[in-house]
Design a protein around this ligand. Structure first.
Ligand code: ASP
Length: 454
């Protein structure tokens, strides 16, 4: 039995929905279908989720948003028309949207979350209506009725463990289950969304709950590529990778699959198959617990920008009890999260996403570190890119770090920092953002030689 998830671009138009219908009905083991809200039809288009957020914000500030509301309804109406569906479904969507928009605004975050989630919810209703119209036994299932409960953290919900048992009961249902992605319910009964692109998370939770044999995730590329195709032309496709490799790659910018979405599938040992709605015959990428290492030491190279580093040095730091804890406590006091902490005997570097701090917070933070830790030197460096060289086989392979640093030095890329020790699956290089592309290309050429660089 399979759980299948379709992303926004796979559901952006009537023509796309026809493809989805053929994919789902081609295999009777596809039991549950998780859907996103309609996404972009072309690169300049706006996702329904973004329209809904703008709509909710405008309602809060001015009590009305006629153009944005119509733009949302129009997206569904166009799809319904293309598929010759009864207008009744659009009336239902319109009523639902206006009921939400005219609802209680006393908690704006909660208000926006409920409206944001309606993109998926209404799309699931529309898709169930379409499958029924085509003579298939299919039913929209509400996450509350199904018992998908989450923490009360709007925009960052975490699944509550009891959900899995509740969802297992869906197995008893006849026919196809059409399930909206991206949100669950708090124990108090409020709609709470996962982080953006969170329908991948719903799919994984459902796969775990239903104890599916496979979680198929349909998107708009043939496979996960070994490197960002906008940096390297025609990169190698990855046919198989482990959960840990996928997690490292999606953390550092591979947006094909949400990095949080792996955990539920991983815990239940369910493989994830990433496939292309526009080319379902392509093999795609399979994410599994263990794989044969046939690709050489490196499976992929990912990179992401927008990081800064806080370098703290203090003579004899290694002898000072509690130094690291105190440094990290200061970050916690400012509600900052950090990504990596490479350290030496007299210094420690904390790497974090720089959009968490503005200039004034940064000045206060430096002062606190200097004063509380009696640091000799505190230096903040901005605009860093992190490059992750990922592959389970690296740890059994002599010389991978040497090859990577040689490739970077030959490409005249200055390595600001390296972090390899703690992860068994990846090696991290920090470079200046301006050198990101060059660095990625050099590494790609080193580990996937013989491929043309754009
Ligand atoms: N529609 C939501 C978003 O745009 C969730 C998703 O597509 O997975 O973030």
């Amino acid at each position: 039995m399979k759980v299948v998830k379709f992303g926004g671009s796979s559901l952006a138009s009537g023509a796309q929905l026809e493809k989805v219908f053929h994919i789902v009905t081609a295999d009777p083991s596809r039991k549950a279908v998780v859907v996103s809200a309609p996404g972009k039809r072309h690169s300049e288009d706006t996702k329904v989720t973004d329209l809904l957020i703008a709509c909710a914000e405008q309602y809060i500030s001015s009590g009305d948003a006629p153009e944005l509301c119509e733009a949302v309804i129009e997206r569904y109406a166009e799809i319904a028309q293309e598929l010759h569906l009864d207008q009744h479904i659009i009336e239902r969507i319109r009523d639902d949207l206006f009921t939400l928009l005219n609802g209680d605004k006393s908690n704006p975050v909660q208000y926006i979350d409920a409206i944001k989630a309606s993109g998926e919810d209404n799309n699931a209703k529309l898709i169930a209506a379409y499958f029924q119209h085509k003579g298939i036994q299919a039913e929209y299932v509400n996450p509350k009725d199904a018992g998908l409960f989450v923490t009360n953290e709007p925009g960052n919900a975490q699944v509550l463990p009891e959900s899995y048992e509740n969802l297992y009961r869906l197995r008893e249902r006849d026919g196809l289950i059409i399930f909206p992605g991206f949100f669950g319910f708090s124990k108090a009964g409020d709609v709470i969304t996962f982080s953006r692109s969170g329908s991948d998370i719903t799919g994984s939770i459902l796969a775990n709950g239903l104890q599916a044999d496979l979680y198929e995730n349909f998107t708009d590329v043939d496979a996960v590529y070994s490197v960002n195709p906008s940096i390297v032309k025609n990169p190698k496709e990855i046919s198989e990778l482990t959960y840990r490799e996928m997690r490292e790659l999606s953390y550092a910018g591979f947006s094909v699959f949400h990095d949080e979405a792996l955990i539920p599938a991983f815990r239940a040992g369910i493989p994830v198959q990433i496939k292309n709605t526009n080319n379902p015959a392509a093999q795609g990428t399979r994410v599994v617990s263990k794989r044969d290492n046939t690709n050489g030491p490196v499976v992929g190279i990912a990179s992401d920008t927008g990081f800064c580093s806080i370098y703290i040095s203090k003579y004899l730091m290694n002898r000072e009890i509690g130094f690291g804890r105190k440094a990290l406590q200061i970050l916690e006091d400012y509600s900052l999260t950090y990504e990596h902490v490479p350290s030496g005997i007299d210094d420690i570097t904390i790497i974090l996403r720089q959009d968490q701090m503005d200039g004034s917070m940064e000045r206060q933070l430096i002062r606190r570190i200097e004063e509380d830790l009696q640091a000799d030197e505190v230096i903040v460096e901005h605009n860093l890119a992190l490059i992750m060289v990922v592959g389970e086989a690296m740890r059994h392979n002599v010389g991978t770090t040497a090859r990577a640093s040689k490739a970077l030095s030959e490409a005249q890329v200055n390595i600001e920092m390296i972090n390899q020790g703690s992860s068994e699956v990846s090696m991290m290089f920090g470079v200046k953002e301006a050198q990101e592309e060059r660095a990625v290309q050099a590494l790609y050429q080193e580990f996937f030689a013989g491929v043309l660089i754009s």
